[in-house]
Design a protein around this ligand. Sequence first.
Ligand code: 26V
Length: 824
Amino acid sequence: LVGRDDERMGLGVEALKRAFLDRLVYSQARFPEVATRRDCFQALALAVRDRLLQRWVQTARTYRDKGSRTVCYMSAEFLIGPQLGNNLINLGIFDNARQAMAELGLDLDMLLDQEEEPGLGNGGLGRLAACYLDSLATLEIPAIGYGIRYEFGIFTQAIRDGWQAELTDKWLRSGSPWLIHRPNVAFDIKIGGHTEHQYEASASRRLRVQWVPAKVVRGTAWDMPVLGYGVNTPNRLRLWSAEAPEEFDFAAFNAGNYYQAVDAEVLSETLTKVLYPNDEMEAGQTLRLEQQYFFVACSLRDMIRLQLQREADLSRFHEKFVVQLNDTHPSIAVAELMHLLVDDYEMLWDEAWSITQRTFAYTNHTLLPEALEKWPLRLFQKTLPRHYEIICEINERFLDEVRIRFPGDEAVLRRMSLIDEDGARYIRMAHLAVVGSFAVNGVAALHSELVKSDILKDFYELWPEKFRNKTNGVTPRRFVLLANPTMSQLIDETIGKGWVTDMMRLRELEPYADDPAFREKWRGIKRGNKEHLVREIKRVAHADADPASMFDVQVKRIHEYKRQHLNLLHVISLYKRLKDNPNLVVAPRTVIFGGKAAPGYRMAKLMIRLATAVADIVGRDPAMHGRLQVVFFPNYNVKSGQSIFPAADLSEQISLAGKEASGTGNMKFQMNGALTIGTLDGANVEILEQVGEENFFLFGMNTPEVKELRRCGYRPRDYYEANPHLREVIDLIGSGFFTRGDRDVFRPLVDHLLNHDEYMLLADFQSYIDCQEKVSEAYIDYERWSRMSILNVARSGFFSSDRAIKEYCTDIWRVEPVRIELTD
Ligand code: 26V
């Protein structure tokens, strides 16, 4: 490797300028006078990438030499967000890059703004995977992220006439400077067809199974370096892309059928074309199953290839690799590893099963029964005929174990079987994941308890030692340092540097909560962040927001269980009270919503329509000026999140208790000094525990109360009839007031609330309204609010993804850091 100061490696201002100009000419073929913003972004990104690649080569060499045990984080989603800013931060050259660009007459913020967001995920689960890659690299843990290179990520959301419209996300339009294609790392993956069983002619007479596929798809690797903060470890995010295998088009071409050949290519490529934008199970989508199998099959073959480079056989596979299954989406890996070991590497079933069970660990991310993945048996069998047989075999052996443990209990066998046989038959992917793994975890303390007591109760009784909790965390590099530089600088000045990799040190801020001068600075920073968001709101939502008002924010996927419509009931209640009593003393508020609805989820789309309708009416009412405003921020994503979290005063975490597995936005808000109004759900419980109840706005039923109310027969209409104010609010929605007299628009929503209200908004309504009243009082006392805000940040250290990853490392993965030294 060449010397430190050359344009490939130097980190100083001059070296960065030279590197940028070099890349502009030799990669973009542009000279500065004619370069577009996009050219300049590409040039800077490539200059930064050079610095990553040098470290990467060194890392790969070290891991190979040491034969390090490696974590493989398998996930159908990695919602990584824009990379340039984060890489500059983690390389420690953000300020140098700003100066270098300034000296060339360019504004770094403008360049950062050019980057397309790689939206390779739906929401929490995909973003968590990205935070974990950041922490794994920062903690110098040998790790590979395995996933899918979707050509179209999560759709771009536009608001048209108040409704959500979906636009395709062409994030690869002009290529990504971060993805490196490895056409040589390629695997041919079989799909469909049938199996053939034959006994070997040899003395052993072993049964051999041949899988004769209906089609073959080739997967090639695209690698993205993921650099840790302040270290020389870039780990690898390896994303698989589908193409037609060479032989396939050859056959057709020789037969003179050029078009058929091209057709096969197009069909193969559709496999990784688009991310499914649903965050719920919709049975019967063959392509989705094919996607899952495809990336898992490529990844396991890749791991086996690496293992066979190091050792003669696969008997110690589980010692060199541990695979974390990010939800059930990759859980077909359990059957695939068995297929590879038994069919391709001719291992005996028992040894193969022992290796498999010692390789996998499974994370559950949902409490909603309808989101648990299950595949119609026929569809599964058609797509993966060999895996169907393997799953049946796993199931037979597993049920034998259950019979020994629970003799004579037919009901327990039915409940635990990998195959759901009540009515239409399904394969239960969560059961496959649990049976095939040595560890199973939930993502917050409450959730992990509910996994044991509800969702996977029988499995917990069979194997209590498998179950654990790993409360989620988020990376402070992206969500504090990068997103909130002014607050970060104040923290640096106050307690010194180093907190960003040792977030418990934020506790040292506690005494400053009582320092009026510090509080004043704190407010100045929040004000600056709010002014920045105000400009964004103007740009994307064409609305004027008042930075002096309380920014009351709910950003997350739109879902009934998350109860954005409960937030809207409060907005309407406040509107009504302000109309009835113009002298009411309340904090002025700007209520900001952001989030995407699954394209086929009608009620979620209607909730967006309600938010935009209320925003419209409130916005047109002069009496609301300076008192209440509602904004729907379109296309909430990682990038806009980075402007939203630092500007928030109030974080809305109002799901029905027992429904939100963890939440991670709640943590990002807390780290940026927002106070939480929330229920005892997911990680809110632990946020409350960390900050103390005097610094948290708690409302609503807890999980046992929810269960009890449901058991007794919940009747939402009783609440409506007993509470005149609630009635007023709901009637206003039903009256057509927000839709120019059209009473039909929100009828499904109102009817649903009055007659079903699955997520019990009406039961929690009054408690929420009363709690918002306390929020308002606290906000008006701005010294008190600042104090609470500072304490929230000071006590947010627990929610760093570094803490979470350290727990995974010691308790599940049993992996150690490997230091990477840079040699000149
Ligand atoms: C589910 C499904 C179901 C099958 C079809 C495709 C698909 C795609 C995504 C999902 C995601 C549901 C799971 C999820 O995102 N859970 C969230 O995970 C976060 C990280 O652990 C957690 O903070 C949230 O509470 C939880 O809702």
